[in-house]
Design a protein around this ligand. Sequence first.
Ligand code: FES
Length: 199
Amino acid sequence: MYVPLAIGADPLAIGLAAIATLTVVLFSLLKGTGWEPTADVSEEILEKRAKSVPETEFPEPGNRSIGGGGGGGAIPAGGEGGEGELEDGSTASAGPGDIPEDEVEYYEVEFAKQGETIELANNETILDQGEENGWDLPYACRQGQCVSCAGHVTDGPSEDYLEHDNQQMLEEAELEDGYTLTCVAYPRDSFTIETGEAP
Ligand code: FES
């Protein structure tokens, strides 16, 4: 708005002009600019986007980590069996029976109760080889977890003459006394055994 202002004008005119100017300014402020904030549409947009994505049945990726992978569902190196296979194809934890055929050795073992001495290979259990010889020897689990197959080496501590593959029942003193679990025992020397003898 144009407000006439002149040097030396009448004070009354100047006062009226000032009042008129203030009135215009106040009126402008009260009226406002007409601008209104944009409504928050983010929720609406998100809902539309969610509907446009097809439903999946994938589980929540709770075990992912940045960079890919994550340990949760990963198969450990070496596979699920626990025995890692080495590059040359051999296994990391060979048992006492895992002897190549061309390295197998034989020992003279006397079965006292049967009254016979036979040659036993060092890569098969005493129980298996006794059965292969036609004897009905006692057993139950065949895993070293009971004492059904127990026998007694009469020559001394049993582990001086044979090797157990994970026997879990006999104590050290019983092994020292010559007892063995024939289902998990592999010959390592010649000896005499009484089958069906438990400590
Ligand atoms: S049969 Fe059970 S320990 Fe040998």
